[in-house]
Design a protein around this ligand. Sequence first.
Ligand code: SF4
Length: 344
Amino acid sequence: MSKGVLLLSGGLDSSLSGLLLKRMGVDLVALHLESPFGCDSMAETMAREIGVPLVVRPKGETFLEMLAHPRYGYGSAMNPCVDCRIHMFRLGRAFMDEVGASFLVTGEVLGQRPMSQKKRAIVSIDADSGMEGLVLRPLSARLLPETLPEKDGTVDRKKLFGWAGRSRKPQLELARRLGLSVVPSPAGGCLLTDSHFNDRIEDFVKIDWSSGEGGGGRREAMAGILRYGRHFRFEEGEWVVVGRSLEDNQNLERHIRGAGVAFRPQGFDGPLVCLLSDPPVPVSRMEALAAGALHAFGGGKVPDGPLPVTLLTSEGERSHTLPRLSPDLHHLRDKTVWMARWRK
Ligand code: SF4
């Protein structure tokens, strides 16, 4: 009997696939591949629910390289689903070797996603990742060629399904039958499929990291920031992020080191303002943008005159004073000036 690696997103389909095989007595290890953009995954909860050990690994820098130039293009948003699956299967393959497994298990359902789950796409994803015959998709297996664990008797093909299409009813029914006590949402919460983030992902993939700006993990640090705050781009390419809530501010603070600098109000209420210096911005311009953003988004509570702030950089924190905005830069206090530069 061979051992399998379950690619566990934490969504319903991959959880059901794992539980189905566990009930057949298959030896499984779950692998969750973390997006550099972060996501609200339920992988830990679902691994516990299924009763499989879980290993979490990053999709990594190579994923971000692929994102800029996906061979198979993007879906309806900035989602390079076919290339992403190939990338994940390659990582899955390496992990299989590590743990002595001989096949991969996924929750894919034929025809459920327009880009990566059509039969032709599935065939090329398996071929491109060197995984032909080694990927078991329990929910659609009976519509697909036999895979290694079916051939060697690890899995009884007759107990697998032949589902196709976008209906979620069979999954919910199976979850009920198998007694799944936690039913995660079907959507994986992938930021790249969310059109509300299109502009900023587009901006991100246009950055020329070969100039040295991407060194020291900066590209990954910046990816971690994209889901938080309001993002604004100015004429010279300046990229400013303004926290919208206390939670946003905390998340931005967690990720800003390594991606840019941040200004936290000291002694007055206002948002955290971050500058992702790409291209690098002169200090005086940076200070003007930060002061302008504090006034524009400070809800009228920001004092006139020089502003005391804490400056957060990769080296640590220190007190700093933002000079009063000169009259020719007063327009930066105007929220409408900022909203005209808002990147979704
Ligand atoms: S939805 Fe997101 S995580 Fe899933 S295959 Fe597409 S790009 Fe990858």
